[in-house]
Design a protein around this ligand. Structure first.
Ligand SMILES: NC(=O)c1ccc[n+]([C@@H]2O[C@H](COP(=O)([O-])OP(=O)(O)OC[C@H]3O[C@@H](n4cnc5c(N)ncnc54)[C@H](O)[C@@H]3O)[C@@H](O)[C@H]2O)c1
Length: 267
């Protein structure tokens, strides 16, 4: 591993207490980035930050609810206090709760869109204000928004989540156009089926609503029937692309969402 690939990168990562956010945080730090890990699960991010420091990396953590404007400003201030500046945002926090069409409630709609769509815009606004105040630098500032295969497709049992992930794609495209004048790029990556706590919970929920009958069946069934590579993924499958988007190698890209799904959505 190139331990200097991300040196000079000061990164705020949302939803970093577990799953992909934690894995990418560790991978970034191992490549020389300084990472601030934010999450509503403050004990979780404290533990991940400690693991990074024990491995010789540089990390701090902050309690952050991405839906809260003051929290977002405080997380940015904490990052800048720790590292002197911020030049990368990894907007990773997200939630899901499957329901079939007729069962969708306003509460389900509002909660999922609040975190997945508004939460990303909210944290971006706080980070962009700081980046603009810092002034232009040699390399572009980078915002990386985590989308999903459901930013480009939809399943009948997660319509609201699909709506929220299509919003992420709209956010990437629109804000890429809005922010290039400040030398800020906006890209994203889109996982398919990743075995994290989110999918373990989703798997239980899908059994509960009757979509699948046995635990674990959802992931195996999707892998066999919908993924060209015939397997689901783990956070380790995702971290390389996440690093590429934070590194200078992606400086000439903006407004893009890269699929990392083993071949599920081919566009
Ligand atoms: N797991 C998958 O298969 C998959 C597929 C495509 C996209 N995604 C997306 O990838 C991202 C990470 O997913 P994961 O599987 O690692 O999820 P995860 O559930 O394992 O971790 C998500 C983290 O976000 C945090 N979080 C939730 N609400 C928050 C809030 N309001 N403010 C701050 N933090 C909050 C949680 O505490 C948790 O630590 C999410 O945006 C998810 O939608 C996941």
């Amino acid at each position: 591993m190139d331990t200097t690939r991300l040196s000079g990168k000061h990164v705020l990562i949302t939803g970093a207490a577990q799953g992909m956010g934690a894995a990418v945080g560790k991978h970034y730090a191992a490549q020389g980035a300084k990472v601030c890990l934010g999450d509503i699960n403050v004990d979780g991010v404290a533990q991940v930050a400690e693991e990074i420091r024990s491995a010789g990396g540089e990390a701090t953590h902050v309690r952050l609810d991405v839906t809260d404007q003051q929290d977002a400003r405080d997380a940015v201030a904490h990052t800048v206090e720790a590292f002197g500046s911020i030049n990368v945002l990894l907007n990773n926090a997200g939630i899901n709760k499957p329901l079939f069409f007729a069962d969708i409630t306003r509460e389900n709609y509002e909660r999922i869109n609040d975190v997945n769509a508004w939460g990303k815009l909210n944290v971006m606004q706080a980070v962009v204000a700081q980046m603009v105040a810092q002034g232009r630098q040699d390399h572009p500032y980078k915002i990386i928004n985590v989308g999903s295969i459901l930013s480009r497709d939809a399943f009948d049992d997660v319509i609201v989540y699909s709506m929220s992930q299509h919003a992420v794609l709209g956010l990437i495209k629109g804000s890429a156009k809005a922010l290039i004048e400040h030398n800020i790029t906006v890209n994203g990556y889109a996982p398919g089926v990743v075995r994290t706590e989110m999918w373990e919970q989703l798997d239980r929920d899908l059994v509960e609503i009757g979509k699948f009958s046995t635990p674990g069946e959802s992931m195996d069934s999707i892998a066999q029937n919908m993924i060209l590579m015939q397997r689901y993924s783990y956070p380790e499958d995702i971290v390389g692309t996440a690093s590429f988007l934070a590194s200078p190698e992606s400086d000439y890209m903006t407004g893009q969402l890269l699929m990392i799904d083993g071949g599920m959505v081919l566009h």
